[in-house]
Design a binder for this molecule. Sequence first.
Ligand SMILES: [Ca+2]
Ligand SMILES: [Ca+2]
Ligand SMILES: [Ca+2]
Ligand SMILES: [Ca+2]
Length: 569
Amino acid sequence: MGTGTGDTFQEGQLEIATTDLSAGGSTQILATIVDADNGNAQIVSEEYLVTFSSVCESSGLATFSRDEVSTTGGTATVTYTATGCSGTDTITFNLYDPDDTSTVLSIATGTLEVAPAEIGAISYVSADSSAISISTISNPVLPQLASLVFRVVDRSNNPVANKSVSFSLTNTKGGLSLALDESVTNEDGEVTAVVKSGSAHTVTSVIATTLATDGVTPITTSSQPVSVTTGIADQDSFEIVASVLNPGAYNVSGVAVNVTAFVGDQFQNPVADGTIVNFTAESGLIDSFCTTAGGSCSVIWTSSGYRPGQEDDPDYDALDRVNDQNVVAGTSAFGITTILGYTEGEAGFTDSNNNGQYDVGEVFESFPEAIRDDDILNDDAIDLDTNSNGPVEFFADYNSNDQRDAAPSVYQGTLCSDAAKDAGHCAQLMDVRDTAVISQSAANSIAYELYTRSGDNFTVFDGDLDLNDNNIADDSGSFYLFITDENGAIAESGTTVASGGDGYDVSSDTGEVGNSIGELPASYTGLYSSFGSLYQVSFAPDGTPKSVSLTIESGSGEYTLTITLVPSV
Ligand SMILES: [Ca+2]
Ligand SMILES: [Ca+2]
Ligand SMILES: [Ca+2]
Ligand SMILES: [Ca+2]
């Protein structure tokens, strides 16, 4: 195998169309297969297998249009493309009998030169962490180093290896620094900058610079920002939110509600991904924890078992459950369910001198150990209800001493000046906490009453549209429709009210009941429950007054109630 045939045959030589390639350039390479016993005449009757390889190709810096070719025509051609190869590359063709690829019959080689890559661009690829922990605290989740990867490519978008790249930071507040100011790209054209955390909360970006092929012109890019933060939750950015506040769950088990925790740190930055938030619920099932990503995570609460309001039922009476009161009805508040979410974090302080640390004399918050207050709506002075054995509500025993500890007089956090630490501050963290309260309302269950209203005082309305009792149906006026479920809780989510009139023009604030537990102002008097939904209905004659109708459809869709009001004339 070689170049040419007959007298011009050169054994072992490849014919390369272009031996000086630009970076990323292509060329055809040809070999002929001849019979040395027949005056180096081209062999056109027998089948041979030819394989292709090169030094750059084996490093992924060049490609062939095909790996091998089977030929009976006495020639083998392939197209070579440089994809990052630079300098001399040696190409090799191996010739085989297709029935015996263990023995190389002949080898032909050739060399070509690939021009150095024209540096095309430097780009930001990724960071292993978009946030790093302030260097003076220990956060179990957030790293104190961030690695940022950049890539240098040529004008053909192929990676450029062995290219020097220098780094700088847009911000060095608090001693923020780079592990290395300069590095060299690997075979993928990639180079890594390492940012080392400082002692202050700040945001920085890495500027990566390399030089164009002329060795003079800088080519620059910037990374996405890296935040230097505590990454530890603080109380005033912690929130627990339920997706539905009045699920039709009191009489249906397995109804699911999404419960999401939003968790930020002292600087309102998302806490470190992987922060664990714990949950507990007064009733039903709830996942015990979730781990945050981007400052939030969710769990599922599912209705099951004991429902608030059943605390005096024989099945549960011995458990000493406590629950909120339906003050107006004089009963337990059926279905009102407390969900507690909590995670380790900081109490929060006001950084009056803006040095990023708690200093002695600055105002701070202080919290007792977190509780799940099952009667949270009751206006009682005691949060944690007890019986003779101790608490009957859950509390998160942060320091594991079997007691619920009161709020300390020192700051519960991580960012303290040395003087503040000496004074006993920042000795411990705490559980930041929030509570969501949902109403497990009865599905397909509607109770109602009509009222007239004067200020906050409601009076039962008999529904007679002949308001002045003069036996002439010509009155116009308004009344209130008050709806609840059968337990005096707000009607289940999705319950709708519609109104219409025959001979009356009716306007009302109809629509869905709110996504709410429906707690009404304590100043309201005359209603039959402390929870529920009020709809004002106005009517005026429009033609021959006959009736006003109100249609209530339950959120679960299996119960519809129609109320028809007429003038009794
Ligand atoms: Ca409760
Ligand atoms: Ca301060
Ligand atoms: Ca309580
Ligand atoms: Ca304790």
